[in-house]
Write a protein that binds this ligand. Structure first.
Ligand SMILES: Nc1ncnc2c1ncn2[C@@H]1O[C@H](COP(=O)(O)OP(=O)(O)O)[C@@H](O)[C@H]1O
Ligand SMILES: [Mg+2]
Length: 339
C-alpha cells in the first residue's frame, strides 16, 4: 500500500458533513505520519466528487464520509465504476445499513433482535392515530435514512408523536416509529468480521441525540461497559451477527441497547463509523491494543472492489471477441485466466 496514492474522501452532501471533515482530517494525518502518499479529496454541493476523482489519479480510496451520499452506496458505486478500491462495505451492504427499515427487515430475517417498529410516510399522516394503535409510549421517532441522531426524538404522547413524525418526514420520505427501549447503550467495534470490543455510551440527558453526540462532556463513555461479564459475550455475538446479516466489510460499529430484563436489541450498523482520533471505534480499538494510526492502516489494507465489474468486463470482452487462445478455454478457465 505504501507505494500507492491514497485518496481520503471527506465532506460530502449530508447533514454529517462536519463530522466527515474531522474524520477525514484525522485519517489523512495519521496515514501521512505512517509514510503514505495521501491526497485529501473534499467534495460537496459545488465540488463534484467524480471530477475530483478523475483529476486525482489515486490508486485507493479511504472513505471518510458519513451519512447519505457517502455511507449509503452512492459513492461506493462511483468507485466501483471507476475501478478504485475503497475502504468499508460494498454498494449493497452500505445501502442496506443506511436504510434503517431494510436493515431491520434483514435483522428480523436473521433472528437479530431489533426494537419493534412501524414505518410512516406522508400518506399515513391522516390516520397516524390508527396506525399507532396500541403501540404505546414512550416511542422513538427517526428518519429512515439519517445518522448522528438528526431528526430523532423521544415522544410520550400523540401530539409529540405527530410533531416528531412531521420533522422526520421533512428530512426523509419515510419515518420509523420504534418502541423506546430503556437500557444500557453499548456500541461494538468490528474489523474485518472480528469483534474488537465494546464501549458503553451514557448520555447525561438520557438521550443520545445530536447534542449529546457532539457537545464536549455531554456523554460519558465507559470502557469496558458496565454490564455483567456473562452478558458481554452475547452482546458481542449479536453485534457480529447484525454486521454479517447486512454483509458488512472492513470496519463498522454496531449500536445496541441492553435491558436489565436480559434483552438485547440492535439499533443499527454504521458502515463508516466516526474516525476522529477521539471517536468511539478508535477508543474501542485502542483498548484492544490497536492505536489510531494502526487502525487507519488496518482499515486501508482492507480496501477492495466488490462488484467485480472490471474483471467481468475483461471476461465479457474475451467472450464477445474470442482470440484463438480464449476460444479453446472453458468458462472455468476464463475465470482463472482473468481472476
Ligand atoms: N428504540 C430506541 N429506544 C431507545 N433509544 C433509542 C432507540 N432508537 C434510538 N435511540 C437512541 O438514539 C440514538 C440514535 O439512534 P440510531 O438508531 O442509532 O440512529 P443514528 O443513525 O442517528 O445514530 C441511539 O444511539 C440511542 O441512544
Ligand atoms: Mg447510531
Amino acid at each position: 500500500m505504501k507505494n500507492k496514492r491514497v485518496g481520503v474522501l471527506m465532506g460530502g452532501l449530508s447533514a454529517e458533513r462536519d463530522v466527515s471533515m474531522k474524520t477525514g482530517a484525522g485519517v489523512a494525518s495519521a496515514l501521512e505520519a505512517r509514510g503514505y502518499d495521501v491526497e485529501r479529496i473534499v467534495f460537496g454541493p459545488n465540488a463534484p466528487l467524480d471530477v475530483a476523482l478523475r483529476k486525482s489519479r489515486i490508486d485507493v480510496a479511504f472513505v471518510a464520509l458519513h451519512g447519505r451520499g457517502g455511507e449509503d452506496g452512492c459513492v461506493q458505486g462511483l468507485l466501483e465504476l471507476m475501478g478504485i478500491p475503497y475502504t468499508g462495505s460494498s454498494v449493497l451492504a452500505s445501502a442496506l445499513a443506511m436504510d434503517k427499515l431494510k436493515a431491520k427487515e434483514l435483522f428480523r430475517l436473521h433472528n437479530v433482535q431489533t426494537p419493534p417498529y412501524y414505518a410512516v410516510t406522508a400518506n399515513d399522516l391522516h390516520d397516524l392515530t390508527d396506525l399507532h394503535g396500541s403501540f404505546g409510549f414512550p416511542a422513538i421517532v427517526k428518519p429512515r435514512s439519517e445518522g448522528s441522531s438528526v431528526g430523532l426524538a423521544k415522544v410520550t404522547n400523540e401530539a409529540e408523536l405527530r410533531a416528531a413524525v412531521e420533522v422526520a418526514l421533512s428530512l426523509d420520505s419515510c419515518a420509523i416509529v420504534e418502541r423506546f427501549i430503556n437500557g444500557t447503550e453499548i456500541h461494538v467495534g468490528i474489523l474485518d468480521g472480528r469483534v474488537l470490543g465494546a464501549i458503553e455510551v451514557a448520555p447525561k440527558s438520557g438521550l443520545y441525540d445530536y447534542a449529546a453526540k457532539y457537545t464536549a462532556g455531554a456523554t460519558d463513555y465507559i470502557l469496558p461497559p458496565r454490564i455483567a461479564a456473562t452478558r458481554v459475550r452475547g452482546v458481542l455475538n449479536l453485534a457480529e451477527r447484525a454486521a454479517r446479516a447486512l454483509g458488512c466489510h472492513g470496519a463498522c460499529r454496531v449500536d445496541l441497547l441492553v435491558t436489565e430484563g436480559q434483552n438485547e436489541y440492535v439499533l443499527e450498523v454504521n458502515t463508516l463509523p466516526g474516525m476522529t482520533p477521539t471517536s468511539l471505534l478508535p477508543k474501542i480499538a485502542d483498548a484492544a491494543g490497536i492505536d489510531y494510526g494502526n487502525l487507519c492502516e488496518m482499515i486501508l489494507s482492507s480496501a477492495t472492489l466488490h462488484a467485480g465489474l472490471h474483471r467481468s468486463a475483461e471476461v465479457r470482452t474475451a467472450v464477445a471477441a474470442p482470440t484463438s487462445e480464449v476460444v479453446r478455454t472453458t468458462a472455468t478457465t476464463l475465470r482463472v485466466v482473468n481472476g
